[in-house]
Design a protein around this ligand. Sequence first.
Ligand code: ADP
Ligand code: NA
Length: 344
Amino acid sequence: AFTPRVFSGIKPSGDLHLGNYLGAIRRFVPLQQTHECIYCVVDMHAITVWQEPEDLRRWTYEIAAAYIASGLDPKRSIIFNQSQVVEHAELSWIFNCVARMGWMARMTQFKDKAAEAGGENSEAISLGLFAYPSLMAADILLYKATGVPVGEDQKQHLELTRDIAKKFNHDFKKQIKAAGHEPEFFPLTEPMITGPAMRVKSLKDGTRKMSKSDASDLSTIYMLDDAALIAKKIKRATTDPAPLPETAEGLAGRPEAENLVGIYAALSGRSVDEVLSEFGGKGWGVFKPALSDLAVSVLGPIADEMRRLLADRAEMDAILRDGAERARAIAAPVMKDVRDIVGF
Ligand code: ADP
Ligand code: NA
């Protein structure tokens, strides 16, 4: 039987936080039951903006540890580090020559990140940041992945991946046919939106996305925070003075409340209305300690297992080496076909 294959990754560009866990890592776990899963630490994407090499290496191990500690089984899923499978770089170069400048220039994430990095000053923006979606297309198409579990923010990049696949299939139609491949040499990968797209916001204002790059310390819950620090951050989280509403509609116009209740719902696997049927009418003095206990009960054991793994460099290296070998076993034959198709 045909098992669909999924590819996803996280950039080692900062400490992992609750948003990465609820919005990405935790959603990867159940896909292992139904799909062949490839989960990557995308270090080549991370360096599109400056990374201190020591930090890059530390965060690379941290993501691999978080994957495993959260329930990704390295025997079942392929867990590896992007830079260790050189075919990603090789295919992305070919895609750089298939994709058009205008396609990249239209990417809203590029426009946002470029504005962050240097505004109108293109001297401050790496060429890699511009070409990022081409590397992302290579990540996915190297494994001929049929689905990618992505958030709303990545849908435009995935459309571009499909555009690149289509143009490659079209430009090299004759060679693809001559070599006896299916005309759809690269598949047109679909986004997989697994459940409602959870967006965890900053604990300070409830509107900005919780982010690795957030400098304001207490606004972000990191996966490696200990119980006391998680409790402190939740206690200090900004809220309005009104008690919790009885239903989800009552959260409208109350972004901080909506964020905290949403986090509770996501961590407990309950709906927002279910959470409010328990806490509606109660004050933050009741809700915040309950949220802290819940967050600690979910994140605590994962953090403990991450720390255990991170203390064992040899084990981590063995897992990543094995993952890279299994990834290359899929990628190398695809790349061999591609080289042949383009005339290398
Ligand atoms: P970051 O934005 O923290 O730098 P990445 O861009 O590496 O993280 O994204 C890694 C994954 O984590 C992506 O699937 C992204 O959608 C998810 N993610 C990041 N921040 C959040 C958030 N605040 N809420 C939900 N999901 C998030
Ligand atoms: Na980011």
